[in-house]
Design a binder for this molecule. Sequence first.
Ligand code: NDP
Length: 254
Amino acid sequence: MKLFDLKGKVALVTGGNGGIGLGMAKGLAASGANIAVAGRNKAKADAAVAELVMLGVKAEFIELDVLKEASCRAAVDKTAERFGRLDILVNNSGTNIRKQPQDMTFDDWRTVIDTNLSGAFVCSQAVYPHMKKAGGGKIINIGSMLSIFGTSFASAYAASKGGIVQMTRAFATAWAKDNIQVNAVLPGWIDTDLTRKARSEIDGLHDRVLARTPAQRWGDPDDFGGIAAFLAAPASDFVTGTAIPVDGGYSVQG
Ligand code: NDP
């Protein structure tokens, strides 16, 4: 058995058109997986697809809005139809609405929970028959440091990311018998579109993160290629239900 070989496998990466999703997609492609880049922004996706194709794999844009159940199910089925199989799902799409809890509307709450948690639930449920048919599969969910810590400005986000960890454990337990491994990755502070805005708006955030991170730097999307390849490969066949920080030591600093 080749521990890290993904040749012939097919991965659907939600939000694979940029940031951490693209970093993971590149890691999967480097190990030989073909990639369905799923998201709403086609221009960003076209650029991501071009980058992945350069790595020598097949890559295509699949339209997806994780806020819509039908769109999740259609994206999964379309991927299986266009690529012939579906072995790996990365539930990476995510958003945040930065407000104090007393200022959040119910719509704000629902948008964040539905994007980050409900979308991952529906996509996971939709891939199950395809993975069963293939004799197994790998699901990688994206949590956050806010799966562990609290913060004043992200109550819905923290609830969704805490939920991701518990959902990961539940699905891992349910589907281990089907040879489907389900794990979560908890990124530290990573330089992406999502955090760039926060960095420019929150006084001192950039330096606070640097001071607290033992690695003494912000993370880069490319830091996620290795963990994605590991959690998608035969190397992790007995690893399931875990939540692995990829944070330069942020969560272990006392
Ligand atoms: P980006 O803003 O670069 O990526 C977010 C992705 O989510 C985009 O590709 C976007 O696609 C997709 N997305 C958002 N809403 C929807 C939707 N309704 N339907 C489909 N796709 C959607 O930020 P990151 O790369 O930082 O975020 C990726 C994941 O990592 C998120 O789950 C985030 O919570 C998590 N994370 C990030 C951290 C960081 O420091 N950056 C820290 C901890 C966790 P589109 O452009 O097509 O809308």
